[in-house]
Design a protein around this ligand. Structure first.
Ligand SMILES: [Zn+2]
Ligand SMILES: [Zn+2]
Length: 432
C-alpha cells in the first residue's frame, strides 16, 4: 500500500512561521490534504519538544499520533524530524547548508539535543537552529547518538542555504559531507527543482529523491510530498520509512511546478531583471541595472552540474512523468486552493474559495484525492464544468507559468490572460 508523507515543515517556533503551526492544526491540515505521515518538525526546540511529548502518543515503533483522535477519515501519523542550519567556513569559503534529520524515537532526540547543547548550539533561538558546526561535525554528533538516524540535505538547489547552492554550497556531496558521504542515501528537491532536473546530476544516480513542502503555514502542507510504498499502515514503524528511503520504495513524488519556486531563474529582484539559462549564456551574470552579480537561479546551477540533457533522462509522460532509467516517477500539481481561486476569479484567502475547498475535500475525501484521483466527470457533476476543466488541465500539464527568481515566487495560471480577454499573453509551458 501507499502512504503520502510530508517530512519537512516548521513549527511556530521557527522564524517567519505562522502561529497556527501547532500540533492539532498540523494534524488537521495533514488530514485534509490526505497526508498519512507528517514530520513533527523542529524537534531540537526545547518548548516544541515538550509539546511533542505532551500531545503525541507512540502508536508504532517511532511512529506517533495526536492523543485525541481527530475523528476524521485520515488520522495522520507523525515521524520525528528537524532541520538544522550550518554556517561555517571550509577551505576559505563560507558555507550555509540546511540538513534534515529524522530520528527513531524520543529518547534519541533527547540525546541529540543534549549533545548539540554541549557543543554550544542555542536550541532556544529558533525551531531551525543555526549552528557553527560543519556538516561533517553535525553528522558525527547525530550518528554517534544513533546510526539509525537519517541525514538528508534539504532543498539542495536554493542559492543561499543548500548543498549545491550557487552562493554558499558545494559542487559535490563528497566535498560537503566528507567521510559521511556514503550515508547520504537521499536528497530533498526543494520547491525550485523537480526530479527530472536531479536525474541529470551524475552523483545523484544512486541517491533517492524526496520531496516535501517545507511548509510555514498549515495550508502549505503537502505542496510537495513523497508517496512511500509500505507493507501495512497499521504496523508502520520508523524502520519501514528509513528502509523505504534507503531502498527507494517510492511510488512517486508530488511536485510543485519548479518555475513557481522563488529561485528558478537567475536575476535581481530589486532591479527587476530575470534571465533563463539560455539568456544567461548570452548575457552573462552581471546585472545590467546595478552592475552587481545576479543571484544565480536553480536552473542555471543545474546546467552547470548536469552530466546530460533533460531529453536524455525524461521518458514518457501521461499523468506521471517517468524517467528513462526506472527511477520513481512524479506528478506535477498546482495547489487545490489556487485552482479554486482561479476558477472563482478570487484569492486563496477569500471565504468563498475556502468554503468551496472544504466542500470538495468533504465530498471526495482529501485534497490529494481531488487533485490526483477523483474522476473528472464526478468533479464536474458536483462542482461545475469550469472546476472540472481546471483540474483536468492541471493533470495534463496544460498550464501557463511565469518563473520565479531572486526570492520572488513564480506564478502558474490555468487559463492564459488572452483566453480570458486580457492583453498580455504568457508563453505556454513546454516541458518536453
Ligand atoms: Zn531550509
Ligand atoms: Zn541589479
Amino acid at each position: 500500500m501507499e502512504i503520502i508523507a510530508d517530512l519537512h515543515l516548521h513549527s511556530k517556533y521557527s522564524r517567519a512561521v505562522s502561529q497556527k503551526m501547532v500540533i492539532p492544526q498540523i494534524s488537521l491540515w495533514a488530514s485534509k490534504k490526505g497526508i498519512g505521515l507528517v514530520g513533527t518538525a523542529d524537534f531540537t526546540h526545547p518548548l516544541w519538544f515538550r509539546e511533542l511529548k505532551t500531545n503525541l502518543k507512540e502508536v508504532g515503533e517511532g511512529i506517533y499520533q495526536v492523543k485525541n483522535s481527530l475523528g476524521r477519515k485520515i488520522n495522520p501519523l507523525f515521524l520525528l524530524t528537524t532541520e538544522i542550519s550550518s554556517i561555517y567556513t571550509q577551505d576559505g569559503r563560507s558555507h550555509r547548508i540546511h540538513n534534515l534529520i529524522f530520528a527513531p524515537n524520543l529518547s534519541i532526540v533527547e540525546s541529540i539535543n543534549n549533545k548539540l547543547r554541549l557543543r554550544g548550539v542555542n536550541l532556544m533561538s529558533d525551531g531551525r537552529p543555526i549552528t557553527g558546526l560543519s556538516t561533517p561535525q553535525l553528522c558525527e554528533i547525530v550518528f554517534s547518538v544513533s546510526k539509525d538516524c537519517l541525514i538528508i540535505p534539504a532543498h539542495i538547489w536554493t542559492p543561499w542555504y543548500s548543498l549545491y547552492g550557487s552562493n554558499s554550497g558545494f559542487d559535490s556531496i563528497k566535498e560537503c559531507f566528507g567521510e559521511f558521504t556514503d550515508r547520504i542515501y537521499a536528497i530533498e528537491t526543494g520547491l525550485s527543482s523537480d526530479p527530472a532536473m536531479n536525474w541529470r546530476i551524475p552523483e545523484l544516480d544512486k541517491r533517492n529523491i524526496l520531496s516535501f513542502s517545507d511548509a510555514h503555514s498549515p495550508q502549505k502542507l503537502g505542496r510537495e510530498a513523497t508517496v512511500f510504498k509500505i507493507e501495512d499502515i497499521k504496523k508502520l514503524s520508523y524502520e519501514d520509512i528509513k528502509e523505504a528511503i534507503i531502498n527507494n520504495k517510492i511510488a512517486y513524488t508530488i511536485e510543485f511546478y519548479p518555475e513557481e519556486g522563488k529561485y528558478h531563474w537567475t536575476g535581481h529582484r530589486s532591479c527587476q531583471i530575470k534571465q533563463s539559462p539560455e539568456q544567461t549564456a548570452k548575457l552573462g551574470t552581471i546585472c545590467p541595472v546595478c552592475g552587481r552579480k545576479l543571484t544565480i537561479g536553480v536552473m542555471q546551477r543545474v546546467e552547470e552540474l548536469a552530466g546530460c540533457s533533460a531529453k536524455e533522462v525524461i521518458g514518457e509522460r501521461n499523468h506521471l512523468i517517468k524517467s528513462k532509467s526506472n527511477r520513481p516517477p512524479y506528478v506535477m500539481i498546482v495547489p487545490l486552493l489556487e485552482i479554486i481561486a482561479e476558477v472563482m476569479e478570487s484569492t486563496v484567502s477569500s471565504q468563498a474559495v475556502i468554503n468551496r475547498y472544504e466542500q470538495m475535500i468533504e465530498k471526495f475525501g482529501s485534497d490529494f484525492e481531488v487533485l490526483l484521483k477523483t474522476p473528472i466527470e464526478f468533479i464536474g457533476q458536483t462542482f461545475g464544468e469550469k472546476t472540472a476543466e481546471a483540474i483536468k488541465r492541471v493533470r495534463e500539464g496544460q498550464i501557463f507559468v511565469d518563473p520565479g527568481y531572486d526570492g520572488v515566487f513564480g506564478t502558474v495560471k490555468i487559463w492564459s490572460d488572452s483566453e480570458e480577454g486580457g492583453e498580455e499573453k504568457k508563453e505556454q509551458m513546454s516541458l518536453f
